[in-house]
Design a binder for this molecule. Sequence first.
Ligand SMILES: Nc1ncnc2c1ncn2[C@@H]1O[C@H](COP(=O)(O)OS(=O)(=O)O)[C@@H](OP(=O)(O)O)[C@H]1O
Length: 337
Amino acid sequence: MYSTNLMERKEDLKSSSGEVDNSSKDEFQELLQTLEQRLNWDGQRLIKYNGFWLLEVLFRPMLSAQNNFKAKDTDVILSTMPKSGTTWLKALTFSIANRRLFTIDQSPLLTSSPHTLVPSLEFNVYWEQENPDLSNIPSPRIFATHMPFNILPDSIRESDCKIIYICRNPLDQFVSHRHFLLENKIGKEADPLDVDEAFDMFCQGIHPCGPFWDHMLGYWKAHLENPGKVLFLKYEDLKEDITSQVKKIAEFMVFPFSPEEEEQGLIDHITRLCSFESLSNLAVNNTGNINGLVKNSSFFRKGQVGDWTNYLTPAMAERIKKLMDSKFGNSGLMFKI
Ligand SMILES: Nc1ncnc2c1ncn2[C@@H]1O[C@H](COP(=O)(O)OS(=O)(=O)O)[C@@H](OP(=O)(O)O)[C@H]1O
């Protein structure tokens, strides 16, 4: 039922020009030629589309999702910028949604990566024709995406499906992302940019799914306009009080914990199972890789708030603070530094 082959499209994930349909491939190549492109810090190509820098490897799948994904009213879409708490949110929402199907000691999370259990929206839709199981995923279907709000498939915005967004202090997100890219050596360049140059690009908004401020503000404004549709979470808040955040997520998913479940300690069991310490110690998460590209262990580095202080200077933090002041303005969105 929770097919592991949803994420196993290995060869084609290495290129955004997989063999699917030649006419759409030509259109895609034509579009690509009209768009601004840059190399990311590590040498991966970024494409600028609708104001956002998208990784080339994700760009065609994102367009395919935009065109083909048909959201159901019962779907839950997890949306994030990379390195903002995606893996954690996948584990939590999967556990919340399926808590009546499995006991904690039978949880599929013990033997499957959260990234297998909650697949990427863009890659699934891209491969829908090869993946007839997509419609068989039990309700609520949970998908994850890194897409900015303004390029989500229309059916996500127009249906009654729910969106859960999580973001993170940009300094920690930058540090986490940089480690991930270096660890997996995904880019084509032998020598990735040094931290100062990479940070400078980050502050110009040139990074995967950047600018970070526009990615966050898109979901923040959507949340303010329709809080029943878009839940807006911060990684730091989950770290501070995971129990209340898990309750909030369950209520938002219209699957609140009953008093009996609370009495049985189910929330605690779920938060413990999904904690960094628990997940990172499981064999499925500390060995092997996804698609031959990304080490499973690289999704679990430190899981701490404020790790940026070990890598970035106070002057760098000040630059981000000024950037947030000017970009977030009086929107109500802010991160403590
Ligand atoms: N369960 C749990 N609890 C708390 N923190 C966790 C958890 N799982 C992963 N992490 C930390 O999240 C960072 C990875 O971010 P993402 O999961 O968004 O990465 S990805 O976008 O899916 O590639 C990365 O952060 P850093 O440690 O700061 O690099 C992970 O360690």
